[in-house]
Each structure stands twice: as C-alpha cells, then as structure tokens.
Design a protein around this ligand. Structure first.
Ligand code: GLV
Length: 319
C-alpha cells in the first residue's frame, strides 16, 4: 500500500529519489527548523518522518501523530528524539552511524591540529597584513607528535580518532562506561583508564560520548581543573557534554591551553565569552559535513524509513 512520508528539512535529491514513486512525499526544502505546531500539522497522517537534529521529536509530537511508524534521524546523535516516548507509541527510531565515522574523526583531528598549531590565529594574522618580518617567537604552538591523547567515549568515532593517533606516535588513553575488548585495545594501542587519570595525563582530550543524563557536563569546572595547563580540549560530540561557562573561565584564566569546538550548549548560540578568545577554534557543527558523508547520511536515513514502512527491519535502529 502507498505510504506517506514527511521530510521536514532540506535533503539531497539523490536521497529523496529513493522513495518509491507511488508514495506521497511532503518536503520542506528549507533548513529552517519548523515550530512544534507546524511540525505536528505537517506530520499528522504521515507514516514516516525523515528529520535532522534541528527537529525536536517528543511525547507531544508522538501523541499528536498517531499513525507515525518511523522517525529516521539524519545524524548519528539522537538527543533531539525522545526514544522512550517513541517506543511507548510503537515508533521505530533510526540514526546514521558508520557512514559518518571517519569524516567526524577527521574533523576532530582538524580541530585538534588547528588548536595545537594555532592555524586560525595564523590565518587571521596573515590576512590582517600584520606579517611584516620574520619573527622568532611568532605563534608558537604545542607539539602533537608523541604526546598522550585522551579519548573520552570509545565507540565508533572515538576508536577512529584513536586509530589516527598511531601516525603521530601518540600514547592513547581512553575512558568509556564499557571497557573495550582486549583485541580492540591491542589493535588501537589504547589503555583504559579512569576519567580522572585521563584528564590529568592527556595533552589532548577529545570527547566522543553520546549526550545522556550521565554525560551532561561531564567536562565541568572540576574536570577542567584536573587537566594540564598545557592541554587542549576537543569537542565534536555534543555541546552540553561541556559546561561552556566553566570552559570560558578555563580558557580565559589558563587552566587549560586551548580548545577546538564544533558543538555548543545552545546551538546555534555560542557562549559570548568564547568569541573574543584567541585560544579556541570554533566551528558551526560541521564535523560530518563532507559531500560524500552528508549524502551518505541522507541516503541511509531514507533507506531506514523505507525499510520500516515496507515491514522490513530497520538498517540502523537506535537501541
Ligand atoms: C551530528 O551531529 C550527528 O550526530 O550526526
């Protein structure tokens, strides 16, 4: 039987074309988040939803859209969806793991390197015409090679970040709620340590946990004060894992040396205290934003939606 799908924001045509022709597709081609009321209005009577992290799908939405069978999020993170409410209403939730792992790991490294070697400051300096002569002490940064790397959250992306560290001859320390098996530790040359030890020993701390009640403000004032004064924090996971106000104080007062951030507590707002600081590299949530990866995410989300509506198992359900 023909189905109906709502695609609540912009999605590449290649992905939209996967939907069987006889199905009805309502498409909002903008990237402006819909209000809750508008989202509900357009979702009512639909069987499936393909959405981005800018849509909050909560109890109110599920209660108002009783025919809904699947929510396919175009992201690996799914903190925008109340998964418990979805399961109460019998709605399958899917995400897009794997397709974005390597691209996101590349970007965590981009932030790490940019912050360590002060690339953004250097670019600003060069463009501003301030480079008048060779200077011995110009823009000294931190070495990356041979330094300990701390990976907080050792899932797919955390491991992909760790894998890249071998090229830099770094010792990898990791922490996660669940310890990896011995084979993975050996392959990645990674040592499981307590969170406190990771913070104290790593020169670079990179965050790759999901956002949950347990990980909200995992990096707070206490954690930041445990880090080395020379350390750099990287966050390409979710903003609220870091207490942004505490991070501003840490960067301003030199508790740590720098940070590279792709995510923020209240996106798209950035804590105003971060903006004037030179020792932080800021990016607008683009870690998975390569042509291939964003297209792959969209295709996977649509395939998940189709699978559920055709009565097949979802490809990548959220568990
Ligand atoms: C992006 O933030 C994602 O979760 O995929």
């Amino acid at each position: 039987m023909a189905k109906s799908v709502f695609i609540s924001n912009v999605l590449p045509e290649e992905a939209r074309r996967l939907v069987p022709r006889e199905w009805a597709v309502e498409y909002n081609e903008t990237d402006i988040p819909l209000s809750k009321a508008e989202l509900i209005r357009r979702l009512q009577g639909k069987d499936g939803l393909v959405c981005h992290i800018i849509s909050t799908i909560d109890e109110e939405v599920f209660a108002a859209c009783s025919g809904l069978k699947v929510v396919a999020n175009v992201a690996v993170g799914f903190n925008n969806i109340d998964v418990a409410a979805a399961s109460r209403h019998g709605v399958v939730v899917t995400n897009t793991p794997d397709v974005l792992t390597e691209t996101t790991a590349d970007f965590a490294w981009t932030l790490l390197m940019a912050a360590a070697r002060r690339v953004v400051e250097a670019d600003r300096y060069a463009r501003a015409g301030e480079w008048k002569a060779w200077k011995w002490d110009l823009l000294w940064g931190a070495d990356v090679y041979g330094k300990p790397l701390g990976v907080m959250g050792f899932g797919r992306i955390g491991r992909a970040v760790a894998r890249r560290a071998s090229g830099f001859n770094m010792r990898v320390l990791y922490h996660d709620a669940v310890r990896a098996d011995a084979g993975a530790e050996r392959e990645l040359g990674a040592t499981f340590v307590a969170k406190e030890r990771l913070l104290a020993d790593a020169d670079f701390v990179t965050l790759h946990t999901n956002l949950t009640a347990e990980t909200r403000h995992l990096i707070d004032e206490v954690a930041l004060k445990r880090m080395k004064k020379t350390a750099i924090l990287v966050n390409a996971a979710r903003g609220p894992i870091v207490d942004e106000a505490a991070l501003v104080r840490a960067l301003r007062e030199g508790w740590i040396a720098g940070a590279g951030l792709d995510v923020f507590e209240e996106e798209p707002k950035i804590h105003p205290g971060l903006l004037p600081l030179q020792n932080v590299v800021l990016a607008p949530h683009i870690a998975s934003a390569s042509h291939d990866t964003r297209t792959g995410m969209a295709m996977l989300a649509v395939r998940n939606c189709i699978a559920v509506l055709e009565g097949k198992p979802p490809i990548t359900p959220v568990r």
